[in-house]
Structure formats: structure tokens, C-alpha cells
Design a protein around this ligand. Structure first.
Ligand SMILES: Nc1ncnc2c1ncn2[C@@H]1O[C@H](COP(=O)(O)OP(=O)(O)O)[C@@H](O)[C@H]1O
Ligand SMILES: [Mg+2]
Length: 255
């Protein structure tokens, strides 16, 4: 059935032994949007990404990716997506071009060299194409990593903490690329522990905390959750950090 959603998640549960990490996670991601799953270290972001990219099975709940059920149609899901993990998939011994050509061949592209050159150009890596990736800066490596994930033209791009460990300049470079991907019609699902990153990039932000989505909305919707009484005392608009702390504070208080 046609839907405007690229990803639909209902009631996801996942435990590692007795450690319950996901306790009923629900959200939807609109086609062509940037969706940020925001949560602190250990919140379960990578677990969600692994389940949605078919690397890990959920204990309960359902999800569809590009309209395909992750449990019954994992091959179709894999053909629709790319995944760039927290740790770069780039081979340090190969040059930038060789890395791209290798993946293009693995994906059986008809013109691997041409596909590699097009991506090198698009990601500003043409001048560095014949240097070993080990000589690349963090930002260049991340650009190459994302370029590699685009070979095969996936509709949905998963980026698990795309800027963790990058310096501020490389972070801004990566943000630009993520925005361009969405402008080009891709759906981007990213995880981050940086409030500012979600704020800068995402059309919609979902906050994962203690196994559940405790808030989900556009930035302006999330800002409305901030108690108005407090807003009077701050000169600028509340940051996502203020909102995050307020919501978590409330949750703690509720218990
Ligand atoms: N394979 C595993 N076995 C046991 N515990 C795990 C495993 N993977 C992750 N965890 C635990 O599950 C929790 C969530 O991990 P993860 O999804 O990687 O969080 P995040 O990506 O938000 O940092 C953490 O407490 C982590 O230690
Ligand atoms: Mg993680």
C-alpha cells in the first residue's frame, strides 16, 4: 500500500539478556525528510538502527522500511537502504577512488569507475582521489564514507552518529552533505547525542530515553513543551538542551 512514510515503527522491544533497552518504541519517518533520533550514550539508538537495517531482530513490535516489513522482507529492506555506522567503513590502505570502485564493483554497478568519479566530484574529493584514505582528515573520511554508502542509489540513508568524534569544521561539512541528501529526495534517518545537531538538521526529532520515545515533533513543537513561565526568564528561545532537560526532569518527577 502506498504511504508517505519511509519508516513506520510500532511497539519495538529489545532486551540484551535481562537488560531491557527498548520498551515499546513508536515513530514514523516521512519520505524525503531528515529524522533525528536523539538520545544520550547507551539510550539504545544503535539498537534501533540495527533492527531497522535488519542486522538485529526485535523481541516484539513491528516496523516497515520503504514499505517492507523488516521481519518478512529483509532483502527488500536491504535493497532500499544504506547504513553508515559510527565507525567508518573506509579502508585506510586504499585510496579514496579505490574505496569507491571496490564498493561499486561489489554492488555490480555497470560503470564502477564512472560512478566513483561522479561521487568524488560531488563530495569535493577529486583532488584527494588518489591519496590513501589514511591521509584524509576526519571530515574527508566521513564524506568518503557517506559517498560509499550512496553507491547503488538507496532511497533511505541511515547515519548512526555521523559526526561523533569529528572536529567542529568536519561536523559542519557533514551537516551540509546530510542537508543535500534530503534536498535530493533521500530520506535520512540519523542518530545523534548532540542536541545542536538535531536542531540544525532535522525536520523531526524524537527523543529516546529509558527505552521509550519521550518526545517527538518538529523543533518548534518541541520548544512549545518548554514551560512558558520559564521562557520569560531567558532572553533567547529555549535550546533543545533546555527542552531535553525539562522533559527528563518531568519524567523523573513523575516516577
Ligand atoms: N550486544 C549487546 N549485548 C549486551 N548489551 C548491549 C549490546 N549492545 C548494546 N548493549 C547495551 O544496550 C544499551 C544500548 O546500546 P546502544 O543501542 O548501542 O545505545 P546508543 O547507540 O544509544 O549509545 C547500552 O547499555 C549497551 O551497553
Ligand atoms: Mg550508538
Amino acid at each position: 500500500m502506498p504511504t508517505s512514510h519511509s519508516i513506520q515503527v510500532k511497539g519495538l522491544h529489545k532486551s540484551y539478556k535481562e537488560h531491557q533497552v527498548l520498551k515499546g518504541v513508536d515513530f514514523e519517518v516521512e519520505k524525503g525528510s531528515i529524522f533525528a533520533l536523539l538520545g544520550s550514550n547507551g539510550a539504545g539508538k544503535t539498537t534501533v538502527v540495527k533492527i531497522l537495517t535488519t542486522l538485529l531482530k526485535q523481541d516484539a513490535g513491528t516496523a516497515t522500511v520503504n514499505g517492507f516489513d523488516i521481519a518478512s522482507k529483509p532483502d527488500h529492506v536491504r535493497q532500499s537502504i544504506s547504513l553508515t555506522g559510527q565507525f567508518a567503513a573506509v579502508d585506510e590502505i586504499l585510496t579514496g577512488r579505490e574505496n569507491l570502485v571496490l564498493i561499486a564493483k561489489l554492488r555490480h554497478l555497470k560503470q564502477p569507475r564512472q560512478a566513483a568519479d561522479d561521487l568524488l566530484k560531488r563530495f569535493g574529493l577529486t583532488d584527494a582521489a588518489d591519496r590513501k584514505a589514511s591521509s584524509y582528515s576526519g571530515g574527508m573520511r566521513r564524506r568518503l564514507d557517506i559517498a560509499m554508502s550512496l553507491l547503488g542509489n538507496p532511497d533511505i540513508i541511515f547515519l548512526d552518529e555521523p559526526t561523533t568524534g569529528l572536529d567542529p569544521e568536519a561536523r559542519i561539512e557533514t551537516w551540509k552533505i546530510v542537508k543535500e541528501l534530503a534536498e535530493g529526495g533521500k530520506t535520512v534517518f540519523l542518530t545523534t547525542q548532540y542536541l545542536e545537531e538535531a536542531e540544525q538538521l532535522a525536520d523531526r526529532i524524537a527523543i529516546l530515553h529509558e527505552g521509550r520515545i519521550i518526545a517527538n515533533g518538529t523543533l518548534s513543537e518541541l520548544k512549545k513543551l518548554f514551560p512558558p513561565a520559564k521562557v520569560e526568564y531567558v532572553e533567547k528561545q529555549p535550546s533543545l538542551e533546555d527542552i531535553f532537560l525539562t522533559i527528563i526532569g518531568h519524567k523523573r518527577g513523575d516516577q
